[in-house]
Design a protein around this ligand. Structure first.
Ligand code: HAM
Length: 419
């Protein structure tokens, strides 16, 4: 029979790679809990309109990258390309939206974008995502950046750069958009890529985010939004930067950082790594004060970020799973029952390990135990059965000794400490 292939851009995560993902998720739960964030799990499928309205019609994500299909009754559904829109939809549906309280959520899981796969870019990818709703203070921006930075540090990642910008608000953005538009109108249209020939008129900020060489050149000469902020946005941004400085979080101002999604206002940021090739943004986010309203909710400000786990995993290579505590090796058929009982007892005490159900020679078992990188090999044969003993071999020192079966736990405890 022929095999069924997996879908292009989708991947199976085997250990040890999956170990990095568990590590990233565990650390997210640990660090985010310190900031009072709680987990929110939202559906992978949403109505297409949710993303079109929030991310923006003119964005690459909505124009080209979404997995859209009709359900059995012809309703247009989309596999989430990011988490924020779904989190806001869920928030609006919940009592939290009208409570007047600040809500803090994190979401972990797969996202889907139909992009050209390459290193660090897949069609199913995973995000560690966090959102804070109900607070527009610059302290909120600084706190979420501090959480993001703390999280990345907890993963042991050091050579990262935080880039930051402000995109203004409904008071100052329209004026800037008009200024940018008239600047772009003065440029020969042939310089732009096909998309930007259209966007220069409909959504000029998108031209600043375009990766095409011609558009980038135009962008470098274009007016900068940071020079066109209203006094309130300028003060907000200056406060954010001031608090980051007091936290000793190093940042670089990037006036061209406009992000690929339309919902951002004021503070926007990305974290860049120079060690993973062209797909260098390991995290991105910002403030989206108008989004809850756009999606039919009350006037509630918000800010958040998402880290791309595939890109972080490229930096985490080398993270190893904790070795198993034991490998139970059975040397005679008649020892199987007893070995199984011992293993059951060890597991109930919190030790982690496996038992081979095949009777093999000592040499062959030890080869297996070595391959599996276990701390201790327990050997049980007829001899040991008669003496009510078990052999305990410390795999790192090679020291082996016989102990009473009842003392096996204690013997393991001497070799290592259980969790
Ligand atoms: P984003 O910049 O579109 O923002 O994605 C965040 C991160 O997801 C990127 O920096 C990148 O690491 C990762 N990523 C995106 N696309 C791919 C892909 N095709 N393959 C691998 N990794 C990818 C958002 O998604 C916003 N929702 C973030 C946010 C949360 N803003 C506010 N709250």
């Amino acid at each position: 029979m022929s095999r069924v292939n997996k879908i292009k851009g989708f991947f199976d995560l085997f250990p040890p790679e999956s170990t990095s993902y568990t590590f990233m998720e565990d650390k997210a739960r640990e660090i985010f809990a310190r900031y009072a964030y709680q987990e929110l799990r939202t559906p992978i499928l949403e109505q297409t309109e949710l993303f079109a309205r929030s991310i923006g019609q003119d964005t690459d994500v909505v124009q080209k990258e979404m997995y859209i299909f009709p359900d059995r009754r012809g309703r247009s559904l989309t596999m989430r390309p990011e988490a924020t829109a779904g989190v806001i939809r869920a928030y609006i549906d919940s009592p939290a939206a009208s409570s007047g309280n600040v809500s803090r959520f994190f979401t972990l899981g797969p996202m889907f974008r139909y992009e050209r796969p390459q290193k660090g870019r897949t069609r199913q990818f995973h995000q560690v995502n966090a959102e804070m709703l109900g607070e527009d203070s610059p302290y909120a921006d600084a706190e979420i950046l501090s959480m993001l930075w703390g999280y990345l540090q907890s993963l042991g990642l050091k050579e990262l750069v935080l880039e930051i910008n402000s995109l203004g608000c409904p008071a100052c953005r329209p004026g800037f958009d008009a200024k940018l538009k008239s600047f772009l109108e003065g440029i020969n249209r042939d310089v732009f890529c096909e998309d930007c020939q259209r966007r220069a008129g409909s959504n000029p900020l998108r031209v600043l985010d375009c990766k095409a060489a011609g558009c980038r050149e135009v962008a470098s000469e274009a007016p900068r939004i940071v020079d066109n902020l209203c006094p309130e946005c300028k003060e907000h941004f200056d406060r954010v930067l001031g608090i980051l400085k007091s936290f000793d979080i190093y940042y670089e101002l990037n006036p061209f950082l406009v992000r690929g999604l339309d919902y951002y206002q004021r503070t926007t940021f990305e974290v860049i790594s120079n060690d993973i090739g062209s797909q260098s943004a390991v995290a991105g986010g910002g403030r989206y004060d108008g989004l809850v309203k756009v999606l039919g909710g009350p006037e509630v400000p918000g800010i958040g970020f998402a880290c791309g786990m595939e890109r972080l995993a490229l930096l985490l290579q080398g993270i190893q799973e904790r070795p198993m505590d034991f490998y139970m090796a059975v040397l005679h058929e008649d020892a199987l029952d007893k070995a199984m009982l011992m293993v059951r007892r060890l597991r109930s005490k919190g030790y982690r390990g496996e038992m081979s159900f095949q009777v093999r020679s000592v040499k062959s078992h030890l080869r297996q135990a070595n391959k599996k990188n276990v701390k201790t090999c327990l050997l049980l044969g007829l001899d040991e059965m008669h003496k009510n003993q078990v052999q305990v071999k410390d795999m790192s020192t090679g020291v082996q000794r016989a102990v009473s079966q009842d003392d096996a736990e204690q013997a393991l405890g001497l070799v290592f400490q259980p969790r």
